[in-house]
Design a protein around this ligand. Structure first.
Ligand SMILES: Cc1cc2nc3c(=O)[nH]c(=O)nc-3n(C[C@H](O)[C@H](O)[C@H](O)COP(=O)(O)O)c2cc1C
Length: 172
């Protein structure tokens, strides 16, 4: 079997981290993470998303509280808050945040997609203009533990060959 290259290793290594050490993310690492996000594709290259980087300790705690009291989010060095522009779907932003998450993973940081959010209150806290909506959040920080990996469905349940219902499988 072919060995994983660094990109594939990063993709396969990523897992949700829900415990963080209280350590800042250096500006250079944030720059690399944001640049990976900025490079993400969007429909017609509209780039109809914005991303707020929260590093101020008191504000991080408030953000975490508005993520349904998932307080561990506030322990990470940075929180990325993905914002969608008025009347936009979620696809473009999801690609952007995943770019950021994979870049952060490649630099050794833990992350976690967060969707349990009080969007109205978090938007107000961060001063979003009318119609702008928080889409998702991720902490970016040094993991304080390595949780067991979450299982995935078997390939034959997820993939099909050519037509619906025709099995496609491989050795993961
Ligand atoms: C859109 C989305 C929203 C999520 N929201 C939360 C969340 O609010 N809190 C949380 O702890 N995990 C959240 N997760 C993480 C999932 O629980 C996690 O990705 C899944 O269990 C698989 O585990 P893994 O990321 O470690 O592979 C979310 C994931 C996605 C993709």
């Amino acid at each position: 079997m072919t060995a994983l290259n660094p990109t594939l290793q990063t993709m396969c290594q990523r897992q949700s981290i829900r415990r963080y050490r209280d350590e800042a993310v250096p500006a250079e690492h944030l720059r690399l993470i944001l640049e990976a996000a900025r490079r993400a594709p969007t429909g017609s290259n509209r780039q109809n998303w914005r991303l707020i980087v929260v590093t101020e300790p008191a504000l991080k705690k408030q953000v975490a509280a508005l993520c349904m009291d998932q307080t561990w989010i506030g322990d990470a060095g940075a929180i990325l808050v993905l914002v969608k522009l008025p009347d936009q779907g979620d696809t473009n932003g999801a690609i952007v945040l995943d770019h950021a998450i994979l870049a952060a993973t490649s630099l050794g940081y833990g992350t976690c997609w967060v969707g349990a959010i009080n969007r109205a209150e978090l938007g107000a806290l961060l001063g979003l203009p009318e119609g702008y909506v928080v889409q998702n959040v991720t902490p970016v920080g040094i993991a304080a533990d390595t949780p067991p990996r979450r299982p995935r469905k078997a390939p034959e349940e997820l993939f099909m060959a050519e037509l619906w219902g025709q099995p496609l499988t491989y050795e993961p």
